[in-house]
Ligand binder design. Structure first.
Ligand SMILES: O=C(O)c1ccccc1NCC(=O)[C@H](O)[C@H](O)COP(=O)(O)O
Length: 265
């Protein structure tokens, strides 16, 4: 299965990171860095539009292959920011998404909105790495972590100033995450990471389980104002959109088209 292959690759990457990783050095570096920008706050307030937008910088994916051949990550991020995206998600996985840590660091220098490091985090060293390369938040995916692992990585991320988007796709993962009682920001992924099948109704099916005080972001397969209206209606606080924007010749216009109908309160 693809997700297992991705995780196997991550284990190899973590093993090579571990060869040079020094906790003391990372902590020293982080101590000298500016505070993180508030990712959770930015996406959940959504500039009072009623729906926050995380726009994703995504060159390729396992399900779709190459999505945007003419790929200029910094230019895309600047365009997202200028068009009103609240946060930017940056794929850093190289092997399956053609992403890079270097893209995230370059984007950090270029924009002033919070950045999510989008990768498959399975080890505490990747959390420190995310902070050092310039992320404001990390993604923790319930499908690839045991509850105790997720709890530990969540605590570490928070301890170094990162926000955490905890991703679930089904009832069992949601129950596990809610039982831990740590997540304040839950991403419901409309894509099944095992089969790649997408269904926006996944958000509607699971959102009712989430207690008040915890915000939900709907992720994947979102491409129209009708999708956003529907997800607003079911109670999502924000959306994460990658492929739709990446396929547009005029990315800024595509963002404006989706955000345009949202009313400021
Ligand atoms: O996008 C994939 O094919 C994929 C495959 C396996 C694991 C994760 C995958 N995507 C990560 C994401 O969650 C999406 O990049 C993100 O939600 C944006 O989705 P979309 O708007 O559909 O590009």
């Amino acid at each position: 299965m693809f997700l297992d292959r991705i995780v196997a690759t991550k284990r190899q990457e973590v093993a090579s990171l571990a060869e040079t990783f020094s906790l003391a050095e990372y902590e020293r570096t982080i101590a000298g860095m500016p505070s993180c920008l508030g990712f959770e706050r930015a996406v959940t307030t959504g500039r009072n539009r009623g729906m926050g937008l995380i726009a994703e910088v995504k060159k390729a994916s396992p399900s779709k292959g190459l999505i945007r051949p003419d790929f200029h990550p910094v230019e895309l991020a600047r365009t997202y920011e200028a068009a009103g995206a609240d946060c930017i998600s940056v794929l850093t996985d190289e092997q399956y998404f053609q992403g890079s840590n270097a893209y995230l660091s370059a984007i950090r220098e270029a924009v002033n909105v919070p950045l999510l490091r989008k990768d498959f985090t399975i080890d505490y060293r990747q959390v420190y790495e995310a902070r050092v390369i310039g992320a404001d938040a990390v993604l923790l995916i319930a499908a690839i972590l045991k509850p105790a692992e997720l709890a530990e990585l969540h605590d570490i991320a928070k301890s170094i100033g990162l926000d955490v988007l905890v991703e679930v796709h089904n009832r069992e993962e949601m129950d596990d995450v809610l039982t831990l009682g740590k997540a304040t920001l839950i991403g419901i992924n409309n894509r099944d990471l095992h089969t790649f099948a997408t269904d926006l109704k996944t958000t509607e099916r699971l959102i009712g389980l989430v207690p008040p005080g915890t915000s939900v972001i709907s992720e994947s397969a979102i491409s129209s104002t009708a999708d956003i209206a529907y997800l607003t209606e079911v109670g999502a606080k924000g959306v994460l959109i990658g492929e739709h924007f990446m396929r547009q010749p005029e990315v800024g216009q595509a963002v404006a088209d989706l955000l345009g109908p949202l009313v400021k309160s």
